[in-house]
Design a protein around this ligand. Sequence first.
Ligand SMILES: [Zn+2]
Length: 82
Amino acid sequence: METMILNEVEEVVETDTLNANDRCDSCGAQAYIWVNGITGDLLFCGHHFTKHEDKIRAYAFEIIDERHKLSVKRESSAANAD
Ligand SMILES: [Zn+2]
């Protein structure tokens, strides 16, 4: 039996798989990443996906990343260029 493990899950499918009712399995925040893996599917918020990204990518067959839905406000500390 061959074990096929795809280490590089680069395909990002832009779709409306996730909605406001989908919750992060770790913290219950709104989920933006759906992961289909070895033991089933998981949901992650942006925070927990980033936190566990290495493990998730090793585990996942398929990742749907909808973080583009997030209105990310990047607060730059460059203002303090003193
Ligand atoms: Zn979370």
